[in-house]
Each structure stands twice: as structure tokens, then as C-alpha cells.
Write a protein that binds this ligand. Structure first.
Ligand SMILES: NC(=O)c1ccc[n+]([C@@H]2O[C@H](COP(=O)([O-])OP(=O)(O)OC[C@H]3O[C@@H](n4cnc5c(N)ncnc54)[C@H](OP(=O)(O)O)[C@@H]3O)[C@@H](O)[C@H]2O)c1
Length: 347
């Protein structure tokens, strides 16, 4: 019999029956996940098996386990898209052989087995050997948000201003300092006053709080001054539609998340017809498919350098032992200003 491991396995397969949105929270993880023994995966050609130390918890995991992601669930397989650990076995292939015995930050490919388990399986090309000095808490979330930050900033020209919603997110914090270093002006939108000062000190040029009574006026004044043409938006609700409406001609509304669980709307279709405004989507998975290997290598290296020298850090709100995730995840996710990570039994 194949050896077993402990994992948080998916209780359902496929997508959810109805279309919907789940934001960044989960009410009853036990409806979707169960803790139990699962067969330890065996790496095939091009794959590596990783002994996981820590795994990230991201909004994309919430969407995925509840069946609202661009990738189908496989019933019984562990959840979790990314983490850090050591490559302990490799299937046939040069890259896997090179990685054996090395510490890696990794992203689980659709043919793999999730990071919320003692062992994860993925393609060797999705496991990044760690540079010395990168801490596990940073390496556990090395790909989803950091690579997205680097890739999304390719959409903005140096010297230009851009609008960024849900800016208190981990991604927002990474973008704030990256934008400053690249000479791009971030107009950060948050929904409460607490993160304003921190985002300014990280590098955002303007931070506007949607809960402020003068928010609409502040938005209009800031847009008149900075003339942003790109709106990077993870909220995609009615507040986002108003932001896009306030922007000038040619404004591109780039939707890369759906944190607002109410349906999205377009307030004035004539904006698209007569003012050349557009709405489009963005997914780092597509960026990875379209981007050359060399460019990706450069991005992976730069991402690690930024963590290593302290230009980026990972704020944590909770570290949950694997065995306590189902019970404690909802409360942990409700804490603001930090990521939740899962610690493996011997992590
Ligand atoms: N398309 C892609 O390729 C891609 C890649 C990476 C990430 N993403 C997306 O990027 C977004 C941020 O990810 P993350 O890991 O950085 O998030 P995170 O650190 O977990 O933070 C989530 C943030 O969302 C904010 N938020 C939640 N619901 C909101 C709402 N209804 N209106 C406004 N703000 C809301 C929270 O605000 P408070 O701080 O005020 O609670 C929090 O700051 C997610 O939507 C994720 O799916 C997409």
C-alpha cells in the first residue's frame, strides 16, 4: 500500500452548481474540506514531490475550495495553491533532478496535489529554488502575490499614475513599494482609515479611504491631477464601477479579483462607446503561459531579492497548525492586515 500523509482534502469535485462569488472569507471550511489521511503522491515525468513546511492561504484558495475558481476541484485531493518546503523526490527529468534536496517556494499546477498537506506535488518548473536568506514566511507566499505584483506593474508605464483598489491587501503592499521604485504613481483605495499611513510610507503616492465622507470629491480631485488610465481592481463591485466612471477617456478597468460578493455592474455603457473606456480581466496564470522562460527567471530572482533585502515583507495575522485549520480559519481570516499561513506538523 502507498504511504499516507495528513492533508486537508477537498470534499467536492468540479465547480459549484451555481455561479457566485465568495470574497476573501469562508464561513464553514468543514463543508468543503476534511482533515484526514491521503495517499502520498508519486512524482511522474517533470514533477517533484515537496515535503511542505508552510503553506499560504490566499483569496484564490477560498474561491477554489468553494468551487468558484478558473480551475476545477478534484474530490479527495488536498487543497492549497502555494507553499514552501524541500524537494524529496523527483520524477524523470533534468529540472527535477536538479531540485532534489533543495528548498523551494512552489505553486501547485493542476496536475499536482495541494499544499495544505504534509507533501505536495507539482511541476518542477513551478518550484523555485530558494536563495539564501529568504525566510520561510516569505517563501510560503513567493509566487501568487509577488509574481502578480511584478507582472501587473508591466501594465503601467514609468511616470504614469494608476488606481489600485483593496490596497491594504498583501498584493497592495507589495505594489506600493514596487511602484515607487519604478517611478509609477499609485493611487491606493482602501475601505477603512487604519492602513492609510502604512501604505503611504510603503510608497503609495495617494491613499484614499472610501469610508471618508469626502471620498468622491477626493477621487475626482486626485484623478484630475494625476490622470490615471489604468485601474487595477480586485473588488469589482458597484464602488469599482463608480471609480471607473470617474476616470477620464481611455480608462482601462483591469479586473483581477472579485472581493465584493454582490454582482458587478457597468454604470454608463456610453463610456465604452464614446470615451473608449474598456473593461478587461487579468490572471497571472495567463501571464505565466505567455511570458518567456528567461523573463520569468528574472522576475523570480527579483522577487526573492526584494524579500531578502527587506524591501518586501510578509505580514502575518495567524499561523495555524494543519490540524486546526478547519476550526480556526474563519476567525483567522477575519483579522485585518496580515496573511494566514498553515504550519505542517513538522514545519
Ligand atoms: N488574477 C490574479 O492573477 C491574481 C493573483 C494574485 C492575487 N489576486 C487577487 O488579488 C486580491 C488580493 O489578494 P491578497 O492575497 O493580496 O489579499 P489579502 O492580503 O488576503 O487581503 C484581502 C484584502 O481585500 C480587501 N477586501 C475584502 N473584501 C473587500 C471588499 N468587499 N471591498 C473592498 N476591499 C475588500 C481587504 O480589505 P481590509 O484590509 O479592509 O479588510 C483586504 O485588504 C484577491 O482578490 C486575489 O484573488 C489575483
Amino acid at each position: 500500500m502507498a504511504p499516507e500523509m495528513l492533508g486537508l482534502r477537498l470534499r467536492q469535485g468540479g465547480n459549484a452548481d451555481k455561479a457566485g462569488f465568495v470574497g476573501d472569507q469562508i464561513e464553514r471550511p468543514g463543508d468543503y474540506l476534511e482533515l484526514g489521511p491521503v495517499p502520498r503522491p508519486v512524482p511522474g515525468p517533470g514533477q517533484v514531490l515537496i515535503k511542505v513546511r508552510r503553506a499560504a492561504v490566499n483569496p484564490s484558495d477560498m474561491a477554489f475550495i468553494q468551487g468558484f475558481y478558473g480551475q476545477k476541484r478534484v474530490q479527495g485531493r488536498p487543497a492549497g495553491f502555494e507553499g514552501v518546503g524541500r524537494v524529496v523526490e523527483a520524477g524523470p527529468g533534468l529540472m527535477g533532478r536538479y531540485l532534489r534536496g533543495r528548498d523551494v517556494g512552489f505553486y501547485v499546477t493542476p496536475d499536482g496535489s495541494g499544499a495544505w498537506a504534509e507533501y505536495a506535488l507539482t511541476q518542477a518548473a513551478s518550484a523555485l529554488p530558494l536563495k539564501k536568506g529568504v525566510a520561510d514566511r516569505d517563501a510560503a507566499g513567493l509566487i501568487v502575490n509577488p509574481v502578480t505584483a511584478a507582472a501587473m506593474m508591466e501594465l503601467v508605464k514609468p511616470g504614469d499614475a494608476f488606481v489600485f483598489s483593496a490596497a491594504a491587501s498583501q498584493l497592495g503592499k507589495l505594489i506600493a513599494s514596487l511602484a515607487r521604485d519604478q517611478g509609477k504613481k499609485m493611487i491606493a483605495l482602501v475601505r477603512r482609515p487604519e492602513p492609510v499611513a502604512a501604505l503611504k510610507s510603503l510608497g503609495a503616492t495617494h491613499v484614499l479611504d472610501e469610508s471618508h465622507p469626502d471620498f468622491a470629491d477626493q477621487l475626482a480631485t486626485t484623478f484630475a491631477k494625476e490622470t490615471p488610465v489604468i485601474f487595477l481592481d480586485a473588488v469589482a463591485g458597484s464602488a469599482s464601477a463608480r471609480v471607473h466612471q470617474t476616470m477620464g477617456n481611455n480608462a482601462r478597468w483591469v479586473i483581477y479579483g472579485k472581493l465584493d460578493v454582490s454582482p458587478a455592474e457597468i454604470l454608463d455603457p456610453s463610456d465604452m462607446i464614446f470615451r473608449n473606456k474598456t473593461v478587461e480581466g487579468y490572471w497571472t496564470t495567463d501571464w505565466a503561459r505567455k511570458t518567456s522562460f528567461l523573463r520569468k527567471l528574472r522576475v523570480f530572482g527579483e522577487v526573492q531579492n526584494r524579500f531578502r533585502d527587506g524591501r518586501w515583507t510578509t505580514d502575518l495575522s495567524a499561523e495555524l497548525p494543519l490540524q486546526q485549520v478547519i476550526e480556526r480559519l474563519p476567525q483567522a481570516l477575519a483579522q485585518p492586515d496580515g496573511k494566514v499561513q498553515i504550519i505542517m506538523p513538522e514545519g
